[in-house]
Structure formats: C-alpha cells, structure tokens
Design a protein around this ligand. Structure first.
Ligand code: GDP
Ligand code: MG
Length: 670
C-alpha cells in the first residue's frame, strides 16, 4: 500500500521549501512566483510508503493557466490519497480561497499553515484549533524554511490518509448561491459520480460556468438549460455575475473564519519592511534606473572585478595541468596523433571553455540573490509597462530573465503564461536574451580585441539582446502576433533574506550544468572538430589545417559573412559547431587556431577579425538561432517542428541583419 500526497497551494507559499524539507531533495526555491512549473514527485523521509507530488502554485481551480490545469488534472484524474494544502499564514485570507475549493474535492486533506515564524515574530497569532474546527480539516502550524512542525505535519498527514478522513464540512455557502449550488447538485449528482467527479465540486464549477466540467460529466442539453436558468436567477437576485457571486461567497466565509481565528495586530515585520523598500525600488521614475544600476554592478563584479582574476587563476591551473600531461605523453613516447588529439583537441577545447566557470558561478550567485530576495518579482512589475508596449505583459519577464541563464528552462517557463499569443511570442523572443553559454565567447573576443573595455562590451551585448527583442517584439506585434497581452497579475512577495542553502544550491546547479556540458557535448565536439581539421579527405593527417576536410566545408560558408566583415573558414565553422552548445564556438576556435596561450590566440584572432568585425561576430553569436537543446524545447513548446524551424530562421536572419548593420554602419564612422 502506497500513499500519494499532493502538495497544493498558492504561488510562493513555500511549497517547494516544504517539499524539500519533507523529501530531503534539492528542488529550486525562489521568492518569485512561477518557479515550479512541472510537478515533481519524491518520497517522504522515513516513510517509504508515502510519496509527495509538488504541484505548480495556483490561486484557484479554474483552468485559466497551464499551472491550474496541471494541478487540477492531477487531483481529479490521479486521485491522490491526500491533499496537503500549504497556506501562507501571513496572507491567510487570500490563501484560504484556494483551500475552500480544494475542500470541495472530497479528498482527505491537511492544511500546513506555513510561515508561522513570521506571524509569531510580528506579534500576531492564529488560533489553529479553531481554524481547524471551522474548516473541518486538520491544521498544523509549521515553518518550512526553519523546519519547524515538520514531524507533526507528517504524523497528521499519515493518519488522515490512513483513515481516509475527508474534509467534514463542505457547505459554506449561503443565500442565493446556496440555492443554486444545491439545486444543481441534485440535478447532476449521478452523472458526476459516474464520471468520478466530486458532486459538490462539479456543482460549483457548473455554477461558475466552467466549460471543462460541462464536458467531463456529459451535461445534457436539457440540463444545460436548467443550469442556465438557475444561474440567471441567482445572478439577478444578487445583481452580479456567476463567477463574482461564487468569489463573494467564498470571501465572506473566509472573512468570518478569520475574524474568529486570526489576531492581527499589525502587518508582519517583513510586510512593513517590504513596503518601505518598495517605496524606493518600485518608484515610478527611480525604479528602472535602479534596476539597471544593480545589473551594471553585478556585471562589473562578475566579469571584471572578481570574475576576471579568478578566471586567470583557473586558466593558469588548466595550463599547468596541460603542461604536465603533455610532458608525461612526450616521456611516454605516445604517437603524434594521440598527442595532438589530447593536447590540441581535448585539452585546448575543453580547457578553454572550463576557464569561464568562475564568471558563471559569480553571475548566478547574484542573480539568485535577486531572485530569492523577492526583487525580481518587482522588476517584472516595473517591466510590465515597458513590455506592454511591445505587446507582452510583465509576466513574460520571468522566462526572459531565466533566458539569461539558459534558453531551455526559459522556453519551458513560458508555460506559466495564460495566453497562447503571449506564450508563442515569448518563446520567439527569449533566445535573444544572452544566455550564459555565450559568455565564454564574449570573454574570448573581448580579451583579444577590447581588453580595456571588457565589461563595457559585455554589457553592450546584453543590452543589445534586449533591444533587439524589443524591436522584434514591435514588429511581431503588428504582424504575426496581433492582439492584446493579458492583464498583469502577479503577487509581490515580501522581501526576504535569501537563504544560504538556496543560493548555494542555485550556484551549484549552474556550475554542475556547465561542467556537464563541458565534459559531454563540448568534449565530443572538440574531438570531432580535431578530427575534421587534422585529416584531409583521404584521411591523411595534414600539417596545415587549411588542407583539412573542415577547411573545405568551412570555406563554402565563410563568404556568407562578408557583409559582416569577416570571411574565415574557422569563424564560420565555429558558428556551426556553436549550434551543439554555444560554448563550442570557443573550443572550436581554440582548436582550429592551434594556439595554446591566450597571447597566441589573441594574435591569431586579430588576423581573422578587425575590432569592428569582431564585434559584428559577437552580435551574430548573440542573436542567431539557439543551440540544439533550445531548439528541441522550442519544438516541444510550440507543438510543431515547422514553427520551430521558422523561429530559428527568423532568429538567424535577425542576427545576420543586425550583425551587418553593426559592421556597415560602424564602417562609416571608423
Ligand atoms: P513556492 O513558490 O510555493 O514553491 O515557494 P518556495 O518554496 O519557493 O518559497 C517561497 C519563499 O518563501 C522563499 O523565499 C522561501 O525561502 C520562503 N519561505 C518558505 N517557507 C518559509 C517559512 O516557513 N518561513 C519564512 N520566513 N520563509 C519561508
Ligand atoms: Mg516552487
């Protein structure tokens, strides 16, 4: 016998934190709505017979967003043994709105009243026993982040599941709504049961006019008539529409319950503090300049002040290790081609990418601080006005921001958007955000051409990505994606001190991901590149790589880039291998130029590019189609390969045009 618990609650109520505490796993926690987008399952610690499913955060059970659909489908179709409803105690009224709907599902349920540490610290209190009596559901006060009350919660949950104790009370409606719900309940009772729908839930949803429910329980035409009639009567008696009537009914019940159970002397310290901070950070005029100031500081530290010296150290370390292996191999008298493969291929290629690890770790340290503190949610709010101008809502900022890390999760994160139009447009635009894999490319080129202004050039590229996305958005808005973005609704969580654990975890995940790519895709890529550039078409090893197979292939494409100011088979080959993973541009160029030191590499690069054409090259790498993994994600999310190919063509064409403009216009001035 195995129990399945479904963890459901509002966004940012601490679900993932609780999930991690209960299962001992390390899922990503963020003080930022929309972080968890897929359900995850894990085993509860010390209870081999119980597993927990972390569902995306939702505010109601109406299927407006993908998250609501995922959560609702899971509960209705998979019939979990227990719903573990997590409620943010500092925001109890709003959180109970979902609770009331979950109770209607007639599945055993336990409420985990989270964030009690904050409630206590502010001198407020909640009468847990009374709350539990009012709702007819066990309530356990906890603090997920401080791991308080977790064993008690597990005990109560196990007991409730074993006893199959469903919520005692369902009937918290009154007056006209009560009449409507009850008459419809009688009408559809048998059908609902036959189709495995809880009667009360089905009736409420039919009153609300929820289409999927009408279909799911096969409401007949005749019944539909009766239902509309009942609903019309209710609407005219209450003088509101059907959805508002139900919302009012729930909120007035919640109000009663809270009056009796919550003693709120003041807002929590965190809320008071948040309001003060927000007066500055979300200021009408200062907000956006402050955001750019912060980002500038982060880039400066990551790429300049701290990142650059650390990268230097790591490079040296890798260099020393390469020397060591090289001497060993020479001493061991290994054959020439093995030596070349290992030193000129693998070590040069993988090593050149690996040395960028510090930049990425530092950048993500800061980004996770911003995310975990709750600031990023504010930025989404600030950006809403701007994004609206290009036909998107502030909601799209979430995936775009994730896009600065990696396009793959970013494209997946578009699932949190409720409108198909917003979703598709965001998928097309997100890859313009400069992902972290492009950083090594910027690093390599700036080192060779703009050593004095490295940070500035990098910031310029990041900004260029954003600007191109904006312009591109404007074009798409008035052509393919006509229509209005959905209104922006996102709750601003209280600012919190980021937890060390979650920040470290985030950094570790990034580092691991980066290393994994270095030792898999990049590793394989460098071997293939080494092979193609070391042999000619009759498989003889060549002394000069200009006679290699790769040179022939690369030379075919190279002239395409003449408008961008460069025409070198090594550069065009690097752009192609960059499709496997963007870092491969760096490893390919390193392998192809056959250089071992930075100075040599820089010298060779300056025979291939002028500073201006080098910048055009960077522009192209910034904007052209993302790597294969991101392409696959696009295919999946757009639902068709055709649209993914069109998207990739669009991106590559944009890259070409912008790169050409950079070079041609730059030429007029220089
Ligand atoms: P989710 O969106 O529901 O998965 O929420 P998360 O687990 O990502 O948590 C949202 C934020 O609330 C994070 O910043 C957590 O550190 C914080 N948090 C979670 N539980 C508690 C708690 O019990 N007390 C306090 N003070 N903060 C918490
Ligand atoms: Mg979460």
């Amino acid at each position: 016998m195995k129990y399945v618990f479904a963890l459901a609650g509002n966004q940012n109520s601490g679900k993932t934190t609780l999930y991690n505490a209960l299962t001992g796993s390390n899922q990503h926690v963020g003080n930022f709505p929309g972080v968890t987008i897929e359900k995850k399952e894990g085993q509860i610690k010390k209870h081999r017979d119980a597993s927990l499913v972390d569902l995306p955060g939702i505010y109601s059970l109406s299927p407006y967003t993908m998250e609501e659909v995922v959560t609702r489908d899971f509960i209705l179709k998979e019939h979990p043994d227990l719903i573990l409803n997590i409620v943010d105690a500092t925001n109890i009224e709003r959180n109970l709105y979902l609770t009331l709907q979950l109770m209607e599902l007639a599945i055993p349920m336990v409420i985990a009243l989270n964030m009690m540490d904050e409630v206590r610290a502010s001198g407020n209190s909640i009468d847990v026993k009374k709350l539990s009596e009012h709702l007819g559901v066990p309530v356990v006060p906890i603090s997920a982040s401080k791991e308080e009350g977790i064993p008690e919660l597990v005990d109560v949950a196990m007991k409730t599941a074993q006893e199959k104790r469903s919520p005692k009370k369902l009937d918290f409606c009154s007056g006209e709504v009560h009449k409507a719900i009850h008459s419809i309940s009688h009408l559809i009772e048998d059908q609902a049961k036959e189709n495995g729908y809880p009667v009360r839930f089905a009736a409420t949803k039919l009153v609300e006019g929820d289409e999927p429910t009408f279909k799911a329980i096969n409401v007949t035409e005749n019944q539909t008539h009766i239902i509309s009639h009942v609903v019309e009567e209710m609407e005219s008696a209450l003088n509101t529409d059907r959805e508002a009537a139900l919302a009012d009914m729930r909120y007035s019940y919640i109000e009663q319950v809270c009056l009796d159970t919550v003693i709120k002397k003041q807002e929590t310290k965190e809320q008071i503090r948040s309001e003060k901070i927000d007066r500055i950070l979300t200021h009408k005029y200062l907000g956006i300049p402050i955001f750019f100031g912060i980002m500038f500081f982060i880039f400066w530290v990551s790429f300049g002040a701290i990142g650059a010296p650390l990268q230097g150290y790591l490079e040296q370390l890798i260099g020393n290790f390469t020397d060591f292996v090289s001497k060993l191999m020479i001493a061991g008298n290994v054959s020439e081609w093995v030596y070349s493969l290992v030193i000129d291929g693998i070590f040069a290629g993988v090593g050149s990418v690996l040395s960028f690890l510090p930049l990425i770790v530092i950048l993500f340290f800061f980004l996770s601080l911003l995310e975990d503190s709750g600031y990023m949610a504010r930025v989404a709010f600030l950006m809403d006005k701007l994004l609206r101008k290009i036909g998107l809502s502030g909601r799209s900022f979430v995936p775009m921001l994730i896009g600065f890390g990696c396009s793959v999760p970013a494209i997946m994160a578009t699932r949190t958007l409720s409108s198909e139009r917003d979703r598709k447009m965001t998928i097309v635009l997100t890859p313009f955000m400069s992902c972290s894999a492009k950083l090594p490319i910027y690093g390599m080129i700036t080192m060779a051409f703009f050593p004095e202004n490295a940070a500035l050039v990098m910031i310029a590229l990041y900004i260029m990505g954003i600007v191109v996305a904006i312009l591109s958005g404007l074009i798409l808005k008035s052509t393919i994606f006509k229509g209005e973005p959905v209104p922006f609704v996102m709750e601003l969580p209280a600012y919190r001190v980021p937890s060390k654990r979650s920040v470290l975890l985030h950094m570790w995940e990034k580092a691991k991901d980066f290393m994994q790519r270095a030792f898999t895709v990049i590793f394989l890529g460098t071997i293939i590149i080494w092979f193609l550039q070391s042999f000619d078409w009759s498989f003889n090893m060549v002394d000069d790589s200009t006679h290699s197979m790769l040179a022939t292939i690369g030379s075919l494409i190279a002239p395409l880039f003449i408008p961008l100011g460069f025409n070198d088979w090594r550069a065009s080959t690097a752009l192609i291998t960059g499709l496997t993973a963007k870092e491969a541009v760096v490893s390919t160029l390193t392998v192809l130029t056959g250089t071992t030191t930075d100075a040599q590499l820089s010298a060779t690069l300056s025979t291939m590019f002028t500073p201006l054409s080098a910048f055009a090259f960077l522009t192209f790498t910034l904007l052209y189609m993302p790597c294969i993994a991101a392409f696959a994600a696009t295919t999946k999310e757009l639902g068709s390969m055709k649209y993914a190919v069109l998207t990739a063509l669009y991106q590559t064409l944009t890259a070409f045009i912008v790169g050409m403009l950079v070079y041609q216009i730059g030429n007029l001035f220089i």
